[in-house]
Design a protein around this ligand. Structure first.
Ligand code: NAD
Length: 385
């Protein structure tokens, strides 16, 4: 390594439901090869089953948080840091994570004002092919879509596959997936691997061929036309379209044993797709997993994040929480690779080089040089400060 080297510090996550870690030992080795020294906070990987000894073997220095924050040029995390940690970051340092900047505007504004450079992987331009290795939204959505199906299968008191035994033949589960983006497509593939008969729906017309290529059936809904928006995302439906969609889904949903919903529109409250009436019409023993469940509401009426309820009609309704954290080892492994690809892009000649003319950096760099520079965040923050 040359005279100058960047030091990256991996924080232990502090949110109570966050078991992931920003870099895994395997990726520490890779990052060190590119001339970045790595510090890891004591116990940072423990809840994802990576020990301090694993990090030491990968030639990271395992240190306490105070030393980490004082020595690191780049501080790496998964979820936004808590107030105390954020308050210790200083001018010239760079914070990199999935910082949810659209909802964390006060934190971003505060860090920007103190001269901290803030980089958030959730604003990565996802359609650029050279950015694909950095796409943490995709890697984490894949984990979540897989896990959602396992949770549904676990709560479902029958088989997913058709099984023929001396005691008779079981009918395969009929699974419906609403929303066929990254998480939805992974949910379809996983349910198919478990032997279910899968049907899926999305408002983007491009989703139909993707659904069918995974061996699932596309659900046609009368009265709902294409709602493709920008950048491969869906647009918000008009009120009339939403009414038509809800009515068509209320008729369709009760035919299925298991329902998994994943629909989202960037920066908006998730669209409501399944009413309480549709839930009442489902058969007892049916299972619903709402992956869009949030404090603002989800795709399913009555769902709450991290809560499972058995409704009066015998339907189990699960509001998903932080599913990537539930599969912390796989999620961290993928996230760490995304992060190392981004680091390789940000670091040159022993320093972090911010270049807002670069398409990737223009997306992910949220704050730099004392200002909020991301157009996606600045207006919500009362403009540049
Ligand atoms: P997302 O999490 O924003 O939404 C999930 C799905 O919900 C989307 O497919 C969306 O169309 C759907 N949806 C929204 N409102 C709906 C409604 N009212 N009814 C039915 N479905 C609704 O999406 P995502 O998983 O982040 O992926 C969005 C798109 O980006 C996809 O097309 C994906 O293939 C694409 N993508 C492309 C790249 C790339 O080109 N490298 C990388 C990642 C994702």
């Amino acid at each position: 390594m040359g005279a100058q080297a960047v030091t990256a510090g991996v924080l232990r996550e502090r949110a109570p439901d966050e078991r992931r870690v920003a870099l895994t030992p395997e990726v520490v080795t890779r990052v060190r090869r590119s001339g970045v020294d790595v510090l890891v906070e004591t116990g940072a990987g423990a809840s994802a089953w990576f020990t301090d000894a694993d990090y030491t073997a990968a030639e990271a220095a395992v240190v306490g948080v105070d030393e980490l924050l004082s020595r690191a040029d780049v501080v790496l995390c998964v979820a936004p840091p808590d107030r105390e940690t954020a308050a210790a970051l200083r001018s010239g340092q760079t914070l990199v994570g999935m910082l949810d900047p659209l909802r964390q505007a006060p934190l971003i504004g505060e860090l920007a004002a103190r001269g901290v450079t803030v980089v958030s992987l959730d604003l990565l331009p996802r359609t650029l092919s050279r950015a694909q290795t950095m796409d943490a939204l995709t890697s984490q959505a894949n984990v979540a879509g897989y896990k959602a199906v396992l949770l549904a299968a676990d709560a479902y008191d029958r088989y997913f596959p058709m099984l023929t035994t001396a005691a008779g033949t079981s009918k395969p589960a009929a699974v419906l997936v609403l929303g066929a983006g990254v998480a939805g497509l992974q949910a379809i593939a996983t349910a198919r691997r478990l032997g279910a008969v899968v049907t899926a729906y999305d408002v983007r017309p491009a989703a139909q061929s993707e659904i069918e290529s995974l061996g699932a059936k596309f659900l046609e809904l009368p009265g709902v036309a294409s709602a493709a928006g920008e950048g491969g995302y869906a647009r918000v439906l008009t009120e009339e379209e939403q009414r038509a969609q809800l009515a068509a889904l209320t008729a369709a949903v009760p035919r299925f044993d298991v329902l998994i919903t994943t629909a989202r529109v960037p920066g908006r409250k998730p669209p409501l797709m399944v009413t309480a009436e549709a839930l009442e019409r489902m058969r007892p023993g049916s299972v619903v997993v709402d992956m869009a469940a949030s404090e603002l509401g989800g795709n399913v009426e009555l769902s709450e994040p991290d809560k499972t309820a058995v409704l009066a009609g015998g339907v189990t309704l699960m509001g998903a929480g932080n599913l990537p954290s539930v599969m912390a080892t796989a999620a961290s492994t993928a996230y760490a690779r995304n992060l190392s690809a981004l680091l390789a892009h940000l670091v040159a000649d022993g320093a972090v080089r911010v270049d807002l003319d670069d398409e990737i950096q223009a997306g992910v760099v949220v704050a730099h040089g004392g200002e909020v520079v991301s157009p996606a965040v600045a207006p919500q923050n009362g403009g540049n400060r």
